[in-house]
Design a binder for this molecule. Structure first.
Ligand code: SAM
Length: 329
């Protein structure tokens, strides 16, 4: 005889073991359901992780909140100087224990080499694979442009913030010299995302043999090419620049070459969002006359966006910048 404890209204008989097993299964299911609902969100690995990963990935696409120093940063450093009781008379540096001018330092290097150094030729060859000329070691090239070397940081901050740069952006500098500005972009950008066309061999030597190794930036593999003909095809294809800039360069070039350069680079600039910034003046354009200048820009697909000034953090100086974008696809 079949054991039955209950029967359905339609008279279907459910055996007791089946009923017990069903009840136990339901209890187990309920237990897991309740415990998963009551556990904290951080201990749940699936949906929360997916959501937070999405947030992290999204935030990587956003520009960093701030690149330039804030009011707080400046207050902080002023306080540090004050609490440490630091004083310096205007324009008078206190001398160190062995003060040397650049020229003297260079003479020391030639005459005495380093304080401890290898004498034998074979030994000397061994100690480093990458000797650097004395002129670069004493940073003679930091005085090549007549403006303070530290101004390179000001230029970077202005351009990076104005063009909403992120590390994934791609940047081309026309005439990067000894990387006074470029170093800051190279440090900030992903490897291989900084490109430069520079004509001067000595500047390029300073960049490759001193600045990149001394700043620990060789791993960023910037693509820096020697040339003066505005031949940007040499940088490869399959990408567009988010920012192209010429810092104190176009004013030293013949107008004709600037126009050739603009024509060649416009197709490499991201339409609408990409930016071209030119410092100091745009006489290559204004010399043509107002109307002619606008017509020529328009024929290339370039639109003038306005003039900006940017104050230096370290000295009483501002830089003038002219902003352009590409309006055609
Ligand atoms: C005043 S320096 C500025 C260097 C750098 N942009 C900076 O702000 O520190 C001008 C640079 O433009 C380079 N230059 C001038 N004409 C050039 C050309 N046609 N092609 C590439 N570089 C050029 C010079 O060799 C020099 O390094």
């Amino acid at each position: 005889m079949a054991l039955s404890s209950s029967s359905s209204p339609k008279g279907i008989v459910i055996p007791v073991p089946v009923l017990v097993l069903s009840a136990a299964g339901a209890a187990i299911f309920l237990f897991f359901l309740l415990s998963s609902l009551s556990s904290s969100p951080t201990s749940c690995s699936c949906p929360t992780t997916t959501a937070s990963t999405a947030v992290v990935q999204a935030s990587r696409q956003q520009p960093q909140e701030r690149i330039s120093a804030s009011e707080d940063d400046i207050d902080w450093v002023k306080t540090q100087i004050e609490v440490n009781g630091l004083h310096m008379q205007d324009n008078v540096l206190r001398k160190g224990i062995n003060p040397r001018t650049r020229a003297q330092q260079l003479q020391d290097l030639i005459q005495y080499k380093g304080i401890s150094h290898y004498e034998q030729e074979e030994e000397a060859k061994n100690h480093t694979a990458f000797p650097c000329p004395g002129e670069l070691l004493v940073e003679q090239h930091h005085s090549n442009y007549g403006e303070p070397w530290a101004g390179g940081r000001d230029v970077f901050e202005f351009l990076a913030e104005s063009s909403h740069l992120i590390p994934e952006s791609r940047v081309l500098e026309i005439g990067c010299g000894t990387l006074r500005v470029g170093l800051h972009f190279i440090r900030y950008l992903n490897p291989e995302h900084f490109h430069c066309l520079e004509r001067d061999e000595l500047s390029l030597m300073a960049a490759f043999r001193y600045e990149l190794p001394a700043q620990g930036l060789l791993y960023k593999r910037p693509l820096i090419l020697k040339g003066e003909d505005m031949e940007f095809v040499r940088f490869g294809s399959g990408f567009m620049y988010d920012l192209v800039y010429a810092s104190a360069v176009f004013l030293h070039m013949p107008d004709k070459l600037v126009w050739v350069g603009l024509e060649r680079l416009v197709g490499r600039l991201k339409p609408l969002d990409g930016r071209l910034f030119v410092s100091h003046n745009v006489k290559f354009c204004s010399r043509l006359g107002g109307d002619e200048c606008s017509k020529r820009l328009k024929s290339l697909g370039l639109e003038y966006m306005g003039k900006h000034t940017h104050d230096s953090l370290l000295f009483n100086h501002y830089e003038i910048w002219f902003e352009f974008r590409r309006f055609t696809m």
